[in-house]
Design a binder for this molecule. Sequence first.
Ligand SMILES: [Zn+2]
Length: 426
Amino acid sequence: MPDHSARILAEVAARRAALVTLTRDLVRIPTLNPPGRNYRELVEFLEARLEAEGWSVELIRAEGAPGDSDRWPRWNLVARRDGTRPGDCVHFNGHHDVVEVGHGWTREPFAAEVEDGRIYGRGTCDMKGGIASAIIAAEAFVAAMPDFAGAIEISATADEETGGYGGVAWLAEQGRFDPERVQHVIIPEPLNKDRICLGHRGVWWAEIETRGRIAHGSMPFLGDSAIRHMGAVLEEMERTLFPLLAGKRTAMPVVPEGARQSTLNINSIHGGEPEPDPDFTGFPAPCVADRCRIVIDRRFLIEEDLAEVKREVQDLMERVRAARPGFSYEIRDMHEVIPTMTDENAPVVRSTAAAIEKVLGARPDFVVSPGTYDQKHIDRIGRLGNCIAYGPGILDLAHQPDEWIGIDDMVDSAGVMALVLAELLR
Ligand SMILES: [Zn+2]
């Protein structure tokens, strides 16, 4: 088999200006989520762009998915290109939604200004630059090797920033990531062009409520304070749970290093009288709190079992109850995601690693994300394990003011993705 790398990389390099234009065009459509603005406009723009280049394109609305409504419909795009012979299907998936702008910008967030080799704007790095790079990679590959085997798919999906239920989860439920249909998935999230992300830790969100009895605040002994009970819960967490979690280390190569262990965040705490409206000028009423609630965000490791993760918290609550007469509580599950990690020897990992070495002249780092992303749906609903996140952009810039993406980084990672296609679709 002759090595077509030089020809493929030349085709990518020749599309540098097209890559910049496509990224800027995508950033200029502000697909803010929530609530999910301009999704239809974005997928229609991409549909026209891809059809003109010979792709067959479907627009798919996740009708009835969480967040979907006639006012804010959840639109997704799937484009496909078949080769001349049977073979595997390589699928690039990018989310087209972006998070709110926030404060602190010195640039216009949706102008996509270009300066000193960077494109600035909300969604440049997370992840319209990645979607554009995958499209250019596929087009360069097809130009260099029109006689390829198998098929290439590109999807631009909704709602990753709010869980992906109107996007990748929806497509997975329709069987679009069935291993019979699709054999390799690359998600060009901004993980840095020399890193391959194999998966993510798991998640358990729950609400814990402590209960007491309301009474007049001048006679607290006639009531039973749910806030004091919650104080005891938090103290027990400090004493036993946080040290236990800090001791659980993982073999997963999670970055940053601090997340290479189990973690727990207390997202919120509410007890007693609700916060007054900002325009209320009176005093609060004197009452003993009969309810107190916290929301916990527990991130767990591939070495841990979800049932055991939950049991640790139940056991803790039981210890507190044993020490505090009259105290009752409830734990309500809110959300859970099982950890996932693709094998380092999986075909998509090996070809991407080889392509990175060819383009950048260095071996890639294998990493795991501390938080989840759309791979969870591809793995769990789609039952497809051969999936990675690989794409241009610096992870730390995501969701920040003055977000940007480097044009050289996009060209390099488009080169990597094009070489992966050459390897997997020979
Ligand atoms: Zn993202």
